[in-house]
Design a protein around this ligand. Structure first.
Ligand code: 13P
Ligand code: SF4
Length: 349
């Protein structure tokens, strides 16, 4: 065996021993985009919604190790009980999309819109992929968090109470969801924080039903309709399934769209021998190809999230060897209280 493989084997053995010693006092949560070796060592794998639900309902674990990106660990920390400590193996595992919504700019945009429409006309909805300050802003104004697996439910909930929605920070998930609910293109405005009034007129703001913060995921916007056309030419019988962070042009030309858990189920339920082409992060696709050797599983394009990849055996072991001491994810109390409201509104949807 090469040196690297020997080192990894030793780390895996040490991680397993620590897991056995801590038993149900330890909970390792792994997002679907994690490397296979990390997912294999976790107690629960899932999409961002399932993992936040799991963190919220856990009664036993004193230590939650979140193998995912920072906003996910932060959400677990907001939902955690007082005696629970959440750690992330690499504090620098951020999210490009979450970084596109700065809390000062969000507050300014909110004030500008509600000065025109009146505050009671607009419901803030925030995608899980955002930092705690944005979730807190949403909670303070009566809104909810959502993920890609419950965005349409959240939109329906919001429209049940208010006339308009301001959705942060993923323009594409927001647009795909609005279209699913029959909102017309002309009723949707993109809010560009770098332009006065987000690049819109007062008249347009008064008429709009959905405001979309101009943010996106660099991993999912690498997919394009030409790649779909090429794949359909080479694999005419294949089914194409993509994540809703893709552009609407890509979603429209696919056979199915849904969260990472939806994609996992879609692959599991597909008949043997089928060809499935997937538009999401490459580590999930590679793992599915290993788990379902009876199906042909191909990426629409090889797109990789370097933030998710920051979590590895070395830093997971380091976290476990320093349980409760390093890389603890904390959230300021006042922010936590308001962000909790928005997360709880999502869990109650
Ligand atoms: P899911 O909510 O589908 O897990 O997606 C999270 C994410 O970051 C996708 O890029
Ligand atoms: Fe963020 Fe995109 Fe990575 Fe998901 S895939 S964590 S949205 S950068």
């Amino acid at each position: 065996m090469e040196d690297r493989a020997v080192e990894d084997r030793e780390r895996i053995d040490k991680i397993i021993k620590i897991k056995q010693r801590l038993g149900n006092k330890l909970l390792i949560l792994t997002h679907h985009y994690q490397r296979k070796e990390i997912v294999d060592l976790g107690d629960h794998r899932g999409d961002s919604f399932a993992l936040s639900q799991r963190a919220a309902r856990d009664q036993n674990a004193r230590h939650i190790i979140f193998c995912g990106v920072h906003f996910m660990a932060e959400s677990a920390a907001i939902l955690a009980k007082e005696n629970q400590v959440v750690q992330i193996p690499d504090m620098n595992a951020g999210c490009w999309m979450a970084d596109m919504a700065d809390s000062v700019l969000v507050e300014r945009a909110w004030n500008q819109v509600t000065n025109i429409t009146g505050e009671t006309a607009v419901m803030p909805l925030v995608y899980m992929n955002s930092d705690a300050h944005i979730k807190a802003h949403c909670g303070r104004h009566g809104g909810a968090v959502c993920t890609s697996s419950n965005a349409s439910k959240a939109f329906e909930w919001a429209f049940g109470q208010r006339e308009k929605i301001f959705f942060f920070p993923d323009e594409h998930l927001g647009r795909n969801t609005a279209f699913q609910l029959g909102i017309q293109r002309e009723e949707i405005l993109v809010w560009d924080p770098e332009k006065p009034l987000g690049g819109n007129t007062t008249a347009a703001i008064k008429c709009a039903r959905v405001f979309l913060w101009k943010g996106h995921c660099l991993v999912h916007t690498r997919f394009n309709p030409q790649q779909i056309l090429n794949m359909r030419t080479h694999f005419p019988k294949a089914k194409i399934v993509v994540h809703p962070e893709c552009t609407n042009e890509v979603v429209r030309q696919s056979d199915a769209v849904g969260s990472t858990s939806f994609i996992v189920k879609y692959v599991a339920n597909a008949p043997a021998d089928s060809t499935l082409i997937i538009g999401t992060e490459i580590n999930l696709i590679k793992r599915l190809a290993i788990e379902y050797p009876d199906k042909k599983i191909l990426p629409l394009f090889d797109s990789f999230c370097p933030n998710m990849y920051k979590i590895n055996l070395k830093n997971l072991l380091f976290c476990l060897e320093n349980i409760g001491k390093v890389n603890i994810v904390t959230v300021e109390e006042t922010i936590k209280k308001d962000a909790f409201i928005a997360l709880e509104n999502m869990l109650n949807l």
